[in-house]
Design a protein around this ligand. Structure first.
Ligand code: CP
Ligand code: NVA
Length: 312
């Protein structure tokens, strides 16, 4: 049966570890697997801008023996003249997989409902699950423990906009990995209640936990990984969000936050805004693993594509 990856819990906990293991194998021997040999094409649509996702999918698809077809917003009929369902039916006859960065999660669901080839969420308003595969791979490399999968029991603390795609993905993916996820965010910017409930249910099964707080110091206390994200996500109005008046200002990841943690590693999906959600000394300092994290987008997505293609 065709498997899709639209949100972080589309992989069962054991499957998440399989994908991370495959990613690590492909990182160790980059050109060893060619499941897209032919070459087969993978269509990669962007309705929002991108550097990392664009480069890592194009490079990863080529590494796997395939041919990436990058289609920017406005360059196809999708979203203008043709429905998502009709687009899916055209694509499924020709390409091996569909990768899509877009706004509404419902659009991805409609694409998947009409596609016999895997559909992958390359970021939506609600989730960024490919980024989380890279983040978990990075945390495992730097802080992995003896648990099955290497992540269970670690504490990951997120600071800032608790209602955005990254916060939702940290909650779901962290819970999936058996981690303790803390989200520190101001009132009015807490995660979607339904997504939070899904993450809590998942954590109850994996031995992890998910908590939300307005207190950044308690969230940082003893944490293994500190993470943050832009205060203004793509598609959002910056009014009232950016700058000194931002409600997120108390949630900045800085030297004080780091000092409260367990000498945590620091992650950021990038692009970063030094002086806003994170200070330059921390982002560019010795605890930062952001360049490993950015590189791991390549390896993680290759693991994901190879895994999804093997399930067909
Ligand atoms: N982290 C991330 O998804 O970066 P891009 O927006 O550059 O793809
Ligand atoms: N929350 C950010 C993530 C960017 C990779 C955004 O959606 O713009």
């Amino acid at each position: 049966m065709t498997r899709h990856f639209l949100r972080d819990d589309d992989l069962a906990p054991g499957e998440l570890i399989e994908v991370l293991d495959l990613a690590a194998e492909l990182k160790a021997d980059r050109f060893s697997a060619k499941p897209l040999a032919g070459p087969q094409t993978v269509a990669v649509f962007f309705d929002k801008t991108s550097t990392r996702t664009r480069i890592s999918f194009a490079t990863g698809i080529a590494d796997l023996g395939g041919s990436p077809l990058i289609i920017d917003s406005g360059a196809s009929q999708l979203g203008h003249k043709e429905s998502i369902a009709d687009t899916a039916h055209v694509l499924e006859r020709q390409v091996a997989a569909i990768v899509w960065r877009t706004y509404a999660q419902s659009g991805l669901e409609e694409m998947a409902d009409n596609s016999s080839v895997p559909v992958v969420n390359a970021l939506s308003d609600d989730f960024h699950p490919c980024q989380l595969l890279a983040d978990l791979l990075t945390i495992r490399e730097h802080r992995g423990n003896d648990s099955a999968g290497g992540l269970a029991g670690l504490t990951l603390s997120y600071f800032g906009d608790g209602a955005n795609n990254m916060a939702h993905s940290y909650a779901l993916a962290g819970a999936n990995a058996g981690m303790h996820v803390r989200i520190a965010a101001p009132e009015g910017y807490h995660p979607d209640a339904g997504i939070l409930a899904d993450a809590e249910d998942l954590a109850a099964r994996t031995g992890g936990s998910v908590s939300v707080t307005t207190d950044p110091a308690s969230a940082a206390s003893g944490a293994d990984a500190l993470v943050t994200d832009t205060w203004v996500s793509m598609g959002q109005d910056s009014a009232g969000r950016a700058g000194g008046e931002s409600p997120f200002a108390p949630y900045q990841v800085n030297a004080a936050r780091l000092a409260e943690s367990a000498d945590a590693i620091v992650l950021h999906c990038l692009p970063a805004y030094r002086g806003s959600e994170i200070t330059a000394d921390v982002l560019d300092g010795p605890n930062s693993v952001i360049w490993d994290e950015a590189e791991n987008r390549l390896h993680a997505q290759k693991g994901l594509l190879a895994w999804l293609l093997a399930k067909r």
